[in-house]
Design a protein around this ligand. Structure first.
Ligand code: PMP
Length: 429
């Protein structure tokens, strides 16, 4: 039995499923999860000392690699001043100023502790601001685990076969309308019917929780147009895409401005942080300025702010995102070449610093139905072989892959060599 298997057995005694977040459990992969001991740059090291080139990056935050010395240094510098005060601190203003500068559609921003809190609060704000109850979301998009949003969701909810969770009251779920991603006609039709009851549309501007699905040209523009027409709030959930797809997020990359933006992951540099912000006229409805209540004992935590600010500051180096995107392109192109040579039906999709690998004979994957129709067995064999060879891909076919600036050409080459071996083995099976 491996050390990881032993640790997993122990973990399962007092932690449901042995994990504190479901997708870590390697469900359906017929092996226990790998327990990691430490991480550095592009690598994870497991409890037996084995090294992996990591394409999960703590599910997104580690965009400059693990244990970035400047991020750790910023945290170390704050540490001796104390962990939390429950009072305003100047560093929170530094963070707010930085976010508003990097994402111009955000005029005011509130810090929270997770992406889930960011989306949950943004939805409440949109409902409070418009006085309407209904929200529109898209099948396979994941916005955290608050009640209204766990209806036909992606990510772990999808991997675990429970996209609509028990425990969400039907009376609440009935206010959530779920449409197909990349289907502007469905959005137009929905708004023709019930537009005046819709508080908001919430969308992942690049879907990253059913693998990686960029928006089709015109899709985000349609969302903007119908929201303007019906005075609904457009919320971009950029928890994953913010500061990754481009410095200003997917909204900068695709040129469509939402009313509210949700952030998480990179904004905390690996610490538990989320944020939501947007147009001043909407944000002024949040307490204590307005009546929509939202609060957090540890929100704006100084250590978390220090980590986030240090990371965001690094991303402002000219050319950072172009170089990152180029690395993803090299990886995706290399994977495609090797899959084609081996006769494996596989395609890749990319948006800036994130990517997806789909085992399908289709030339594109644009929505949930197409993502779930991909070959799950092929994914499992690919994942197992890559893991064995020291490449850590997301342990689910419904998650995006993440590149960091610490991934050197040698790491990408190692990944491509491993993929060649994996494809050859898959071909023989
Ligand atoms: N929104 C999106 C787009 C996400 O990808 C995630 C998490 N992967 C969340 C919200 C929830 O964030 P958290 O896990 O920090 O609550």
């Amino acid at each position: 039995m491996t050390t990881s298997a032993q640790l997993f057995e122990r973990a399962c005694r007092h932690i449901p499923g042995g994990v504190n977040s479901p997708v870590r459990a390697f469900k359906g992969l017929e092996r226990p999860p790998v327990f990691m001991e430490r991480a550095q740059g592009a690598y994870l090291f497991d409890v037996e000392g084995k090294r992996y080139v990591d394409y999960v990056g703590s599910w997104g935050p580690m965009i400059t690699g693990h244990a970035d010395p400047e991020v750790l240094g910023a945290v170390r510098e704050r540490l001796d001043s104390g962990l939390s005060f429950g009072t305003p601190t100047a560093i929170e203003t530094t963070m707010a100023d930085l976010i508003c500068e990097m994402i111009p559609s955000i005029e005011m921003v509130r810090m929270v502790n997770s992406g889930t809190e960011a989306t949950m609060s943004a939805i409440r704000l949109a409902r409070g601001y418009t006085g309407r109850d209904k929200i529109v979301k898209f099948e396979g998009n994941y916005h955290g685990h608050s009640d209204s949003l766990l209806v036909k969701a992606g990510s772990g909810a999808l991997t675990h076969g429970e996209p609509s969770s028990p425990g969400v009251p039907a009376a609440l779920a009935e206010h959530t309308v779920t449409l197909s991603y990349n289907d502007p006609d469905a959005v137009e039709q929905c708004f023709e019917e019930i537009g005046d009851q819709v508080a908001c549309i919430i969308v992942e501007p690049v879907a990253g929780n059913m693998n990686c699905i960029p928006p089709q040209p015109g899709f985000l523009e349609t969302l903007r147009r119908v929201c303007d027409r019906h005075e609904s709030v457009l919320i971009f959930d950029e928890v994953m895409t913010g500061f990754r797809v481009a410095m200003g997020g997917a909204q900068a990359h695709y040129g469509v401005e939402p009313d509210l933006t949700c952030l998480g992951k990179i904004v905390g540099g690996g610490m538990p942080v989320g944020a939501f912000g947007g147009r001043r006229g909407i944000m002024e409805n949040i307490s204590p300025l307005g009546p929509v209540y939202q609060a957090g004992t540890l929100a704006g935590n100084p250590l978390a702010m220090a980590a986030g600010i240090a990371l965001l500051t690094k991303l402002r180096e000219p050319g950072f995102h172009d170089a990152l995107s180029q690395r993803v392109e090299t990886l995706c192109h290399g994977l495609q070449e090797r899959a084609d040579a081996a006769g494996i039906d596989m395609i890749t999709q990319q948006a800036g610093g994130m990517f997806g690998v789909f085992f399908t004979g289709q030339s594109r994957v644009d929505n949930f139905a197409q993502a779930t129709a991909c070959d799950g067995d092929a994914f499992r064999r690919f994942f197992a072989s890559m893991l064995e060879q020291g490449v850590y891909m997301a342990p689910s076919a419904f998650e995006a892959g993440f590149m960091s600036s610490a991934h050197a050409p040698e790491d990408i080459q190692l990944t491509l060599d491993a993929a060649e071996v994996a494809f050859a083995a898959m071909r023989q099976d």
